[in-house]
Design a protein around this ligand. Structure first.
Ligand code: 13P
Length: 255
């Protein structure tokens, strides 16, 4: 099964509009015409429009957001709806990132609700799962990742699955410089695919793209992305610099 790789940049709470314009133009310039992998950038809400304008209407780079609110609209001060993101030409939305689970108490049930809203609104969710260091050291990695995967992805239709991406991000590897080894990452990716296979069957599990995230850099991208069940990367820090982000994209193609 050939799955087109997907490399997404999660900018987190970084970049003003001026910085966004500079970064997007530099990414476009360094990337050139390159359609071997799918590329997504996820700036903060405040920079989505600037990013979209800098990408232009014919760009190969897709736009994503980092979160949404599950309600269609109304009295939710400070929140952003799926329709607002579609209005800004977002195609993807990151959901259930460990920082949202940790700092904003997002549960699997809430992530699932948001994912269903995203899918109904024509937004493709990138659903994040991953264990903490304490959970791994206690031998609970498989239980935690399986429960998060099942809980966050409950009730999707066959059509929905065509538009879902899962990102495995071990919490202990995020922003720490500690990457999972390719073998460690592959083990968990295979577990996630097996879990999805049990829920939906082999054809959907075989098509599903599963990204790895956690200290992905140009020099470790190739080996990680050569693993059979690793179909892309969700890149934090290294996506804030055009040179390193584009190097990861180019290194993700098997040679
Ligand atoms: P880093 O690449 O900075 O470790 O962040 C990973 C991440 O959280 C992407 O969503």
């Amino acid at each position: 099964m050939i799955r087109k790789k997907i490399i997404a940049g999660n900018w987190k709470m970084n970049k003003t509009t001026t910085e966004t314009k500079t970064l997007v133009l530099a990414i476009k310039d360094k990337l050139g015409k390159f359609d071997q992998v799918e590329v997504v950038i996820c700036p903060p809400f405040t920079a989505l429009q600037t990013a979209q304008e800098a990408l232009g209407s014919h760009s190969d780079v897709a736009l994503g957001a980092q979160n949404l609110h599950q309600a269609a609209g109304g009295a939710y001060t400070g929140e952003i709806s799926a329709a607002m993101l579609r209005d800004l030409f977002c195609r993807y939305v990151i959901l259930g990132h460990s920082e949202r689970r940790q700092y904003f108490a997002e549960s699997d049930a809430l992530v699932n609700e948001k994912a269903r809203v995203a899918l109904k609104s024509n937004l493709r969710p990138i659903i994040c799962v991953g264990e903490t260091l304490a959970e791994r050291e206690a031998g609970h990695m498989a239980t935690v990742v399986t429960a998060q995967t099942k809980g966050s992805c409950a009730g999707f239709s066959k059509e929905d699955w065509n538009n879902v991406v899962i990102a495995y991000e071990p919490v202990w590897a995020i922003g720490t410089g500690k990457t999972a080894t390719p073998a460690q990452a592959q083990e968990v990716h295979a577990l996630i695919r097996k879990t999805i296979k049990q829920i939906t069957g082999k054809p959907i599990a075989d098509k599903l793209r599963i990204q790895y995230g956690g200290s992905v850099k140009p020099d470790n991208a190739r080996e990680l992305l050569n693993q059979p069940d690793i179909d892309g990367a969700l890149v934090g820090g290294a996506s804030l610099d055009a040179e390193s982000f584009v190097a990861i994209i180019k290194n993700s193609v098997a040679t």
